[in-house]
Design a protein around this ligand. Structure first.
Ligand code: ADP
Ligand code: MG
Length: 803
């Protein structure tokens, strides 16, 4: 407090003679206030005063008028003297130590809400008082600059304050319309305000009452001396409260039909007045002061009704200290949940500690046609350490397409089998399941292990037989789709589950397996196109290994965009590659909405090619609607080289591995997203041969066309999944990026994964440290956080054994 008072004191000395020489008072006061608030817990009245102090100096350094500067210092002194009063800090928070459980207060019972409005609020995601306090403005409007009416100019947005003069309501019955004319006057002039179809405002604008209105001034019939505002924002001033809707920075909320920002403002202001003091800070004090975060009450107040006009840009970008504080809380609670979950898995005991020295591993290595890369060896080592430990493994292996995740998983699987357990490999598509089965069956048989394939296809009889083999333990390895964890499935001794291409599953969590009574080790494989911030959020409870190198001798895939007129040249290129003994994919887009049309395009495309350009070439067709056995046959024929050009829909997007394929043509490349293009392209470049990707693009124009061009350019420039994912996020923005995929990304109310990524990292670090120090979050300083975390993320997380 002393530090704050001194420069202000100095500025006021000798009849404000030093005012001109004081520099940077604004930033200084702001820093001091934020530090003070972050460092300790103050009673609400002190918080309010400190924030008011910061606001007073918000734009101080920009002020040129000495009188105004003087006024600010006087205002500040008044606040300081309040703060210096002997009892200012007396009312410690313990005075209201019984916190209101705001998350338990249905909004319906808040003052002035009721069932009807509660239903509307529910549409906005507001169910409780806490939700309402956290309902942050979409943007802010600066309605703080008050002008005398005489200084209004047409076209300018302004706020004026005056007395209501004449009020006239006219109705135009023919057009079922009403017009309310209100004259507002101050010492310098008069202004007409016009409202359409709001006759009830007649009772708001009573003659002689003082009002504030805010809007765009328009020239009236008699020119610029006769000014008018159409439907200005208004507020009736009384002496008690500070204005809410005008004369300040005003929050504008996401609205829904039947509830306006104005109503929300009034509601939230009322809730703040009534409940804010009962709000508990759930971020532990140590974390709060280390991260220099505002107390939650101050943050909520500032986000809803900001004091400082100097912050308008920061407010609109959501980067004020108050926004930061709230975003941190969201991240922190989520990360705390993930860290607790991770911790709880570490505390589970497992039934078998796997013998990683099993001879099966060595035998399999000897059967492989290549040696593992260093990156693969390192990751395998990490996996085996987990498997040998007495704690369950819950590990994610990240690695770009083609880096060789399968073989690492396979080695882990035979490790499990070596200790007499079963291993399951679960994949998102039947085609991929079949391919993994074909590729690994012989290797596994070489080790004396029986593998079976279980998908949703095939006859019930066959499926039943396979299930039986898994149930009795006759089969040691089960490869399949979701069918593997369906209701009737029963394993004899499930030791390891590998989930391949995890990103295709959405959130498939360990809890699904636990719910079935298994406690297996879990290994999750995913191709990287996932930005780091996202990985931290979605996979935050997993240990992570990264295969960060491709097998040796791989050449970067060469990618080029071909426009329609160049189609012949593209086909010629495919011809040449096929003649050289290689194979090609030609991929057609397939989206659900136009599935029939898309399928026809692929089918006809295949027929046409076979008959014309690729007459002497064996062309095959593959799509998801084919019968299981037909798909199998086609895939096997392509793998064996009997089919040279495979025309397919995006069913080959994940996992398919035919190293001799060196060309991929992607039709209508402009219709694909970046992640999908990258995945598709990953089907080639799987050997030491130079591979190519030809992106066929229809020339779309306009905004959509240019966005598509940018995506294709990214593909041409980079082969790196990480780079492509970050570009994707940048090009699309977080809303669309996360919205259009089943990432299982939690929804944040304030936080933004892109804007606040640095904050996310800090929140994660703090959460990990917190859980490490107090695994059960049972100390008194952590209980509030623990409870809030469970409330907030209960549907997203299963917080195992943390109690
Ligand atoms: P992904 O990580 O995309 O699942 P895969 O596991 O399908 O990649 O492997 C891609 C290709 O690389 C396969 O043909 C595989 O046999 C081959 N491969 C994997 N590891 C190596 C290695 N160490 N040396 C050479 N080729 C390898
Ligand atoms: Mg794979």
């Amino acid at each position: 407090m002393q530090r704050l008072a001194r420069p202000i004191e100095f500025a006021s000395r000798d009849a404000y003679a030093h005012l001109g020489t004081v520099k940077n008072l604004g930033p200084f006061v702001s820093t001091q206030v934020l530090d003070a608030l972050a460092g300790d817990v103050y009673p609400p009245n002190v918080e309010t005063d400190l924030l008011a102090l910061r606001a007073v100096f918000g734009d101080f350094d920009a002020l040129t008028d000495p009188a105004e500067r003087c006024q600010r210092v006087v205002d500040a002194q008044a606040i300081l003297s309040r703060l210096n009063a002997p009892d200012a800090f007396e009312q410690k928070t313990s005075a209201h130590s019984a916190p209101a459980e705001l998350w338990n207060l249905p909004i319906q019972y808040a003052k002035g809400v009721g069932p009807k409005r509660a239903a509307l609020l529910a549409k906005l995601g507001v169910a409780t008082v806490e939700d309402a306090l956290w309902y942050v403005p979409r943007r802010y409007e600066d309605r703080s600059a008050l002008l005398p009416i005489g200084q209004l100019v047409p076209g300018a947005v302004a706020t004026v304050c005056g007395t209501v003069g004449r009020v006239r309501l006219s109705r135009i019955p023919r057009r079922r319309m009403s017009i309310l004319n209100v004259t507002i006057e101050d010492d310098t002039g008069a202004l007409q305000c016009v409202y359409f179809n709001q006759p009830y405002l007649k009772d708001v604008f009573k003659p002689d009452c003082r009002v504030m209105v805010s809007g765009t001034a328009l020239a009236g019939r008699k020119g610029w001396t006769d000014l008018r505002m159409d439907v200005p924002q208004y507020e009736v001033l009384d002496d008690e409260d500070a204005p809410l809707h005008v004369g300040r920075i005003v929050p504008v909320y996401p609205e829904t039909k039947g509830i306006t920002s104005r109503q929300l403002r009034t509601l939230i202001k009322g809730l703040l007045d009534q409940y804010l003091e009962g709000m508990v800070d759930v971020v532990p004090d140590v974390v709060r002061s280390r991260q220099r975060l505002l107390p939650i009450r101050a943050a909520l107040r500032e986000v809803q009704f900001p004091h400082s006009p100097g912050d308008l840009d920061a407010l609109n970008q959501g980067i004020t200290p108050a926004h930061r504080r709230m975003a941190f809380e969201e991240f922190f609670l989520l990360q705390l949940g993930l860290a607790s979950q991770q911790q709880s898995v570490k505390e589970e005991a497992k039934n078998v500690r796997f013998d990683t020295a099993t001879p099966l591993v060595g035998t399999l290595r000897a059967l492989l046609p290549f040696r593992l890369t260093q990156a693969q060896e390192r990751v395998l080592g990490e996996i085996q350490r987990d498997m040998a430990s007495s704690r369950p493994m819950n590990r994610l292996v990240q690695g770009d397409v083609g880096c060789g995740k399968t073989v690492v998983a396979l080695l882990a699987m035979v490790t499990a089998c070596g200790s007499g357990c079963q291993a399951a490999l679960m994949v998102p598509t039947e085609i991929l399941a079949e391919q993994h089965f074909l590729n690994t069956r012989r290797l596994l048989e070489g080790l004396g292990l029986k593998a079976v394939l279980l998908t949703g296809g095939g006859t019930p009889k066959v499926r039943a037989a396979v299930r039986k083999q898994i149930e009795t333990g006759e089969a040691q390895v089960a490869i399949g789709t979701h069918a593997l964890i369906q209701r009737h499935m029963q394993f004899s001794k499930l030791g390891l589950v590998v989930i391949d291409e995890q990103h295709k599953f959405g959130v498939l969590q360990r809890k699904t397996l636990l719910a079935k009574g298994y406690r297996p080790d879990v290994l999750v494989l995913t191709a990287t196109p996932i930005p780091r911030t996202l990985a931290m959020t979605v996979y935050g409870d997993l240990d992570v290994s990264v295969i960060d190198a491709l097998p040796p001798g791989r050449k970067p895939i060469r990618t080029r965009v071909f426009d329609e007129p160049e189609r012949r040249r593209a086909y010629q290129f495919v011809q040449d590659e096929v003649r050289a003994g290689h194979q090609a994919y030609i991929v057609y887009p397939l989206v659900e909405e136009s599935e029939k049309v898309d399928l026809r395009a692929a089918t006809e495309g295949a027929a046409r090619m076979q008959e014309s350009i690729f007459k002497s070439v064996r062309v095959g067709l593959l799509h998801g609607r084919m019968k299981g056995e037909d798909k199998e046959r086609t895939m096997a024929a392509f793998k064996a080289g009997e089919i040279q050009v495979l025309v397919s829909t995006t069913v080959i997007e994940v996992g398919v591995d035919v190293p001799n394929a060196t060309v991929m043509v992607i039709e209508h490349a402009e219709r694909f997203g970046l992640a999908q293009l990258h995945q598709l392209r990953g089907r080639v470049g799987r050997s030491a041969q130079q591979s190519y990707c030809l992106l066929m693009a229809s020339t779309a124009t306009g905004e959509e066309g240019s966005a598509a061009r940018q995506r294709l350019d990214v593909m041409v420039r980079s082969n790196d999944g990480f780079v492509i994912a970050e570009e994707d996020l940048r090009l699309r923005g977080p809303g669309e990026f996360f919205g259009s995929r089943q990432w299982g990304v939690p929804e944040f109310r304030v936080a933004n994964l892109i804007r606040d990524h640095a904050l996310l990292e800090q929140a994660r670090r703090e959460a990990l440290a917190t859980v490490q120090a107090d695994p059960r979050l049972s100390s008194s300083g952590h209980q509030a956080a623990r409870d809030a975390m469970r409330r907030r993320w209960k549907t997203k997380l299963v917080l195992g054994t943390v109690s």
